[in-house]
Design a protein around this ligand. Sequence first.
Ligand code: BES
Ligand code: ZN
Ligand code: ZN
Length: 497
Amino acid sequence: MQVTVSSGNNIYGTLVLPIFEGTETIGATNEGVPNALKAQINRVLSEGDFKGKANSTMTLLGTDGGKAMLVGLGKEADATVHTYRDAGASAVAARKKVHGSEFTVNFSTKDTAAIAAFAEGMMLRDYEYNEYKSKDDDDDDADLSTRINCNEADVETLGAAVERAAGVAGGVHLSRDLGNCPPNDMYPMAFAEKAEAWAKQYSNVTVEVIEYEAAKRLGMGGLVAVGMGSARKPCMVIFTLNGDQSGPHPVLVGKGITFDTGGISIKPSPSMDEMKYDMGGSATVFGTMEALAAIGYDKKVVGITCMAENMPSSNAQRPGDVITTLSGKTIEVLNTDAEGRLVLSDGLWKAGTDFDAEYIIDFATLTGACVVALGHEATGLWSNDDDFRTRIHDAGNDVGELAWPMPLLPAFEKEMTDSKIADTRNLGAGRWGGANTAAAFLKQFVPEKGEGDDAKQVTWAHMDIAGTYWGAKTNKTVGHGATGVHVRTMVRLITGE
Ligand code: BES
Ligand code: ZN
Ligand code: ZN
């Protein structure tokens, strides 16, 4: 979606008007609105036909040819940037009611953050995955272009904010494209090839692919064990945004299971198709790299994605296998469906040993137990550093992507190291606390830095996006399918803006 910012009054296409509850008439800033349309709008407002409830919409056709869409903002006293973002998204969601490809939004507020959030919501919601539809049966799919009339606000500041939001939305859309892609076309090396093609667009990014044979040679036993049952072999993809500084930098790690059948511990059939989204963590990492590159972020950031397809076959790993991971630690594999933690064990170890990590954050559609705990409303968030966990929680709140603090308890760690024959096991002792035992398992693969008494584990956080990467029905900024969650949280955390 193209968005332009203007201080004029001209209206192109459908006039979109954000309206607070209790508004009885539209104000002086709406000079350009044709008279008959204006009269109609004022009538539905004064007669209470449109009440301005948050995210409600009403479409009006003026007798003089004008079209308008009213979008509710709820009570003015409650309004935040989230209100505006959701309202912008709701306007785009209702777009099919007005049949057109041009919107003009008239704002009466001076608040550039509010206006930019509305534009951001529009851009985020302006997404459909139609790659596999052979015919476009809908004329409304023409690209939407939007003009923002903000004669009260600072046009330059707003223009820059909208441009940045467009760059970040591009990263979110990339994450969704990767997630929505069907698993026959989204397999480990296909992801790697997309990453390599992407890297050609920017002079300051590089992509390295560690293919199956190299992964075996290097000792990536977790990645290899999960991926070896599939004809589509596993790989690790490393994204680098080369910045102008040396020294510590963020390292993001993503679970990239392009399809999770469960392996020999096979999953039941219902909804198994959803396991194409099990590479959501790797899509979050790739999308974040794209967003940062697009907005011209100029410091170093590394992303590591652990790509594998979890299949049952005569080459697949078995429950009972013991594998040796990159860290040298051995794992007794008691359930091949707890595969995300196996690939991440190598990714986390590499993140902390091969890079000067300021911090490591992993993203993973890791456990059904996290969905039981938090539903589709919040990501589970664990960290070995309370302040760092709070920073991520706050960054998520700032952008409207909730991440809820969860506990890393020694008892959970103990439960996961209780193997009779290996250093650790990939399954908890019982069914309770499954999201926490998974997090405790991962913690064992975060390396320490420093010698002797100074040795300290690298600052690390784990984000379980099993409930938030898809199926988040209350999320206004997304329609069907992958949400692209946490690209914006990461941009906020990393850039501070
Ligand atoms: N990819 C799944 C987790 C998942 C389940 C994500 C449902 C989204 C919705 C993961 O690999 C898995 O199967 N985890 C098991 C772990 C168990 C075997 C310890 C689970 O959650 O049941
Ligand atoms: Zn699994
Ligand atoms: Zn999985």
